[in-house]
Design a protein around this ligand. Structure first.
Ligand code: DGT
Ligand code: CA
Ligand code: CA
Length: 570
């Protein structure tokens, strides 16, 4: 897919045109960047079938630019502007309080090109003297940068790059240059965000394989090229380390470079306790190699069950593996449908029919359509009347097919005082009621907690949407006493959602594991706002796996047997 890359290029163009004062061009590029990022198909395919104009916002001038990019790897307009504005817009843009105009002012007055320059200028108290900024802005920027760094905003949500990574892997695997090629690191552990991509390979001709790798079109530049390790920047915006491994120690290397670091530290300590030594070449006693060929061997010689990559976070998995009581984590193939989807009736981009058809194609047994409720005005939330009409439409649809069951759902605003946004008589007709906090969030933990608990006790909710409210890279979790909320969920038979939308990934896996110790069920949802976002359900499943959930904990794996959602299907 070149979509991610193209979308970033048009964002850059939009920023530069904005600075140039070309507001309309800027808006046009921004719009195309957005529609490309939402596209389900590869822009390259549209190019080959001469259908680029079908992309929303693409007219003849932008079509030419896309073609130019595909044919030459460059857009001359962008190259010209880049000469003038040699600025790393992409990372500066992510700092709250910095739009293109303000980035340009800082560039012109202080020569700031990137985040490092900005940090330096703040340290030297230079920003406060720039007209239009002042000491207050400087302070605010300092805080934003601190948040940006601590929140891991420089990391990329796995769900936004996973397809590209898989495509890259299969290209490498079919190249014939490698005898083996595997993904390692955080991407293999299916962590919600990744800092970089780690690949391991073996080859009969390592030097030719290395040259092939660094010459690939996906490689933007080569950072370091040695005999056993090559580091590059990929055009999708991530660094990638390729390590060249002797095939005899591939298992040990895979174990080592999959991490996490914390998991490895525990294993190494165990090895030492047993009079052994563990490193990326194998498990050794003295000079004798005990295991190196496969990961299974390494774990087994340490006296452990094989730990699935998703669990390797030093959260008790080593102890569990030692006692042979690792959970049998829920399988991707066990998930039978989606509990959280939107349509263009509110803020979605696909129609009801399109969403339902897509769910059917994915062989879902069920799919909940959970349109927003009325108080969420920014999303065009629906009132009782609109919901009733929609419910009749769903009933009508369900009459026409046995292959999928559409559930009548709502993502329901929990109001400031903990009351619900729609009347009980309507909610009683619903199959799925996902209670959500979106507005008027308090800074006080007690206020937020009581608000949620009151809604949980209403008896009307089936599940709590994206419980922490965090937005990766932009907003921390709401202040909530989660144990009190989990307890209330347990008492009132309300499930917790694992929302797989890339910037949400909420509940996070560590809280999932904590919630599992209560008698709580979980619903997995993509939160898809268009058909191509239905794939985010897979990432919700990944979080469930990382949170140690088994199929019995996940309602999507048992939709017809659930007590928690008993109202829903019968
Ligand atoms: P990331 O890239 O920040 O998303 O996270 P990881 O886990 O992919 O970390 P990365 O790329 O720095 O390293 C990949 C794996 O290699 C890591 O999970 C464990 C292993 N590793 C790398 N360097 C070290 C090290 O200095 N000590 C230990 N114990 N393990 C290391
Ligand atoms: Ca990594
Ligand atoms: Ca790495």
């Amino acid at each position: 897919m070149i979509n991610r890359e193209l979308s970033r290029i048009f964002e850059d163009l939009a920023d530069m045109e904005d600075i140039e004062g070309n507001r309309w061009e800027s808006l046009a590029y921004r719009r195309v960047a957005n529609s490309i990022s939402l596209l389900a198909i590869d822009v390259l395919d549209l190019y080959h079938s001469k259908q680029l104009r079908k992309i929303e916002g693409v007219g003849s001038s932008i079509e030419k630019k896309i073609m130019e990019y595909i044919e030459t790897g460059k857009i001359s307009k962008r190259e010209d502007l880049k000469e003038k504005y040699n600025i790393d817009f992409e990372s500066l843009r992510k700092i709250q309080g910095l739009g293109p105009k303000r980035i340009a002012i800082l560039h012109l007055s202080l020569g700031i090109k990137n985040l490092d320059d900005l940090v330096e200028a703040i340290r030297n108290d230079q920003i406060s003297k720039v007209p239009g900024f002042g000491p207050k802005s400087q302070d605010a920027l300092k805080k934003s940068i601190k948040f940006y760094k601590s929140s891991g905003a420089d990391r990329i949500p796995l769900a936004t790059c996973y397809d590209d990574i898989q495509e890259f892997l299969s290209k490498l695997r079919t190249s014939g240059k490698f005898t083996r090629l595997e993904l390692a690191g955080s991407a293999r552990r299916l962590r919600d965000t990744v800092g970089d991509i780690d690949l391991l390979c073996s080859s009969d001709d390592p030097s030719a394989a290395g040259d092939y790798f660094t010459g690939l079109g996906e490689v933007k530049n080569v950072i370091a090229k040695g005999e056993t390790k090559i580091s590059v920047l990929l055009s999708l915006g991530l660094n990638c380390d390729l390590r060249i491994i002797d095939s005899n120690s591939f298992g040990a290397a895979l174990q080592y470079f999959t991490g996490s670091k914390e998991h490895n530290i525990r294993l190494r300590a165990m090895a030492i306790d047993g009079g052994m030594k563990l490193n990326e070449y194998g498990l050794f006693k003295g000079n004798d190699s005990l295991a190196s060929l496969t990961e299974e061997d390494v774990y087994s010689k340490l006296g452990l069950e094989l730990v699935p990559p998703e669990l390797r976070e030093n959260m008790g998995e080593v102890e569990a593996a030692l006692q042979r009581r690792l959970p049998k984590i829920v399988g991707f193939e066990e998930i039978q449908g989606d509990y959280h989807t939107h349509t263009d009736a509110t803020d979605g981009h696909s129609t009801f029919d399109e969403m339902v058809e897509a769910g059917k194609k994915l062989k879902y047994k069920f799919m909940a359509i959970t349109d927003h409720s009325k108080s969420l005005k920014v999303a065009n939330g629906m009132d009782e009347k609109r919901f009733q009409a929609r419910n009749r439409k769903i009933d009508g649809y369900n009459e026409t097919t046995d292959s999928i069951r559409i559930l009548k759902g709502v993502e329901l605003e929990i109001l400031k005082d903990g009351s619900l946004d729609l009347p009980n008589r309507l909610l009683n007709e619903m199959d799925v009621v996902i209670g959500a906090l979106h507005q008027q969030i308090s800074d006080h933990m007690k206020t937020n907690t009581l608000r949620l608990i009151k809604a949980i006790r209403s008896g009307m909710l089936t599940t709590i949407a994206h419980p922490t409210g965090r937005l990766l890279g932009t907003r921390d979790a709401y202040r909530i006493d989660f144990d009190a909320v989990f307890e209330a969920c347990e008492e009132n038979d309300v499930a917790l959602e694992i929302n797989g939308f890339p910037t949400r990934s909420d509940l996070p896996y560590d809280l999932v594991k904590r919630a599992k110790s209560y008698k709580i069920s979980f619903t997995l949802g993509s939160d898809a706002h268009s058909t191509n976002q239905l794939k985010y359900l897979w990432f919700a499943t990944a979080i469930a796996r990382r949170g140690w959930l088994e199929s019995k904990n996940v309602i999507n794996a048992n939709p017809y047997a659930s007590k928690g959602l008993a109202r829903q299907i019968n």
